[in-house]
Design a binder for this molecule. Sequence first.
Ligand code: SF4
Ligand code: SF4
Length: 315
Amino acid sequence: MSESKRQVTTVDARQASRRKFLKGLAAGAVAASVPAPALAQGGRGFLGYSSWAEYFQKNYLLMSPEEKAAALRRLEEKYSAKYGRKVTVKDTGPREDVLFAYALDLNKCVGCRRCVYGCVRENNLPREGEQIHYIKVLRFEDGVMDFERSDRYYDPKEVPEDGYYYMPVQCLHCRNAPCVKACPVKATWTEPDGLVVVDYNWCIGCRYCMAACPYEGRNFNWQDPVIPSSELNPETHYLGNRPRMRGTVEKCTFCIQRSREGRYPACVEACPVGARKFGNLLDPKSEIRYILENKRVFRIKEELLTEPKFFYFFG
Ligand code: SF4
Ligand code: SF4
């Protein structure tokens, strides 16, 4: 059986299992056959959820304001209990007249990867076991832009190195995002301010979006992420840096928990040389608009018509 056929079967099987479960519950049989403590244990499927209410939670896009408020409260209680400290989960919405975009000055980037680790801290990425990094910094030989020949594992004593330049890549928040079109359950979508987001609770882990993304912008949690309590960023957003779980896909959100409150993404602040620029494309006075109007910007794989809102330039 081909890989895609196997994945379809998995999705169908998952949906069938949910239907069967509902049927069983109506008959009063499930409560007797599934012990409640099983809900709080690891894993996905209904065994990965901390309560029945979480298991039956709707897609975020379909929730009423009351249902959203209840879901946020539930998650705050769950995370606070798990990490032994107060965790907040908000869902600050998009502001009118804002369309976020990013630009990166390749002349300035020195390849230090401080953006990578600033992102790990801000976005509660796993610290042990399987590593997930939303930002990958690629090293190229001077004069070459061939992704096949780039090196993401370079490890010199000092950067920048003679003869090389560096290009950080991450989710580019495409306007015409193939990942969004590929999702069979609408667990990922584009918000009005241009942020491409994921409802981790609704994601079924089929990874169609990962296959559709031409930029390796997405990551899969093969295991429950391990974050020591002392290192957890307790200020989280439902569609952003709240702790995720095994079996979900995740990616850069342009730090939705910060950008929607008028702050820069963590990677912008972490960069010691000011290579990273971020702002509102709809504001004619913004730095991002200045760059687009005055620099020779380019986007990766422009020919695919994905229209990334992430631009590169040589400043
Ligand atoms: S870079 Fe990939 S994950 Fe990000 S919006 Fe574009 S297609 Fe989707
Ligand atoms: S922190 Fe700035 S200079 Fe360092 S790798 Fe990231 S973008 Fe480049």
